[in-house]
Write a protein that binds this ligand. Structure first.
Ligand code: NAG
Length: 355
């Protein structure tokens, strides 16, 4: 008889949600850059599913969908948290560092930052929902069952693919078409939302594993797996850096408003529809230097003297403080088998932007 090497069973662990999204959730964090989800009050731990849906700020139709789908409320909450953490990570060196507490005015504008928020939020939701399906945390969806994959076998081995198909289908229904997609901002929001979903889709990989005596690959199991959300965040940050400013134009043939990007240099045409991967924005961003309804400003931000202080501190200069940091030093390998180190202390300079 042939038995899989015990290691063959390990991919099960890979399909879980990254610990980032689950650990440190107190339930009281300010939710949600996710447009339309709003701020949630503290959800009852282990409380009734319906109650959890009521705690989220959802439209009537979304609330209905939430109530029909056990597991969804928690998934929405995890997704909002994941999106926010990723936004803060990607913008940790920027003047706007994605601190949204009490400053959600940004969501109603048409800045590049707004575009990023829409994209990262929908990406987080797509990602979290697909993972929740494969992790068995949803009642109405399970593993990816794309044809061509040996899914029955995959089940035997306990390898369960991330269900992106379900997740994107659900999401487009869940988000619906806001304000009938009539005005420019609604169209831009919808476009940026789609950029986020697409970024997750393009990170989907098919992973295979061989089973059989000494790597003979007599049986192959394949499944679909999403890339780590950090990679999606990086992709979206690059899109933010190269975001395209758009205006509107009425499409005579279709009789509706379209997004219109100015022509790229050297192009003979007057303007183009933005590409489906481009983030789009309509308004130039404020400087984010001083506290405003969009950001707390940059006073007190830690910066790097070589790299970021001059831009981050907006020319106001920076304060220098020294502090002592402990680190391991003079490490020696002891036979057998551990490393012994001493504690050393070093002075380190910390730069923070002036007020
Ligand atoms: C963003 O910057 C503000 C203002 O300096 C600071 O108070 C806040 O902790 C920062 N937020 C994050 C997530 O780093």
């Amino acid at each position: 008889a042939r038995w899989p090497h015990p290691l063959c069973l390990s991919p099960l662990r890979l399909t879980r949600l990254p610990p980032l999204a689950l650990s440190s959730l107190t339930g009281r964090e300010v939710l949600t850059p996710f447009p339309g989800l709003g701020t949630a009050a503290a959800p009852a731990q282990g409380g009734a599913h319906l109650k959890q849906c009521d705690l989220l700020k959802l439209s009537r139709r979304q609330k209905q969908l939430c109530r029909r789908e056990p597991g969804l409320a928690e998934t929405l909450r995890d997704a909002a948290h994941l999106g926010l953490l990723e936004c803060q990570f990607q913008f940790r060196h920027e003047r706007w560092n994605c601190s949204l507490e009490g400053r959600t005015g940004l969501l109603k504008r048409g800045f590049k930052e707004t575009a990023f928020l829409y994209a990262v939020s929908s990406a987080a939701l797509t990602h979290t929902l697909a993972r929740a399906c494969s992790a068995g945390r949803m009642e109405r969806c399970t593993c990816d069952d794309s044809p061509g994959l040996e899914s029955r076998q995959a089940w035997q081995w306990g390898v369960c693919g991330d269900n992106l198909k379900y997740s994107t289908k659900f999401l487009s229904n869940f988000l619906g078409s806001k304000r009938g997609n009539k005005d420019l901002r609604a169209r831009a929001d919808a476009h940026n939302t789609h950029v986020g979903i697409k970024a997750v889709k393009s990170g989907l990989r098919t992973t295979c594993k061989c089973h059989g005596v000494s790597g003979s690959c007599a049986v192959r199991t394949c499944w679909k797996q999403l890339s780590p959300f950090r990679e999606t965040g990086q992709v979206l940050k690059l899109r933010y850096d190269s975001a395209v400013k758009v205006s509107s134009a009425t499409n005579e043939a279709l009789g509706r408003l379209e997004l219109w990007a100015p022509s790229r240099q050297g192009s003979p045409t007057k303007g183009l529809a933005p590409r489906s991967g481009d983030l789009v924005y309509m308004e130039d961003s404020p400087s984010f230097c001083r506290p405003s309804k969009y950001s707390p400003g940059t006073a007190g931000r830690v910066c790097s003297r070589e790299a970021s202080c001059s831009s981050l501190c907006c020319g106001r200069g920076y304060d220098t403080q020294s502090r002592l940091v402990a680190f391991s030093c003079h490490c020696q390998v002891q036979w057998c088998c551990y490393v012994e180190c001493q504690q050393c202390v070093q002075e380190e300079l910390v730069y923070t932007c002036k007020h």
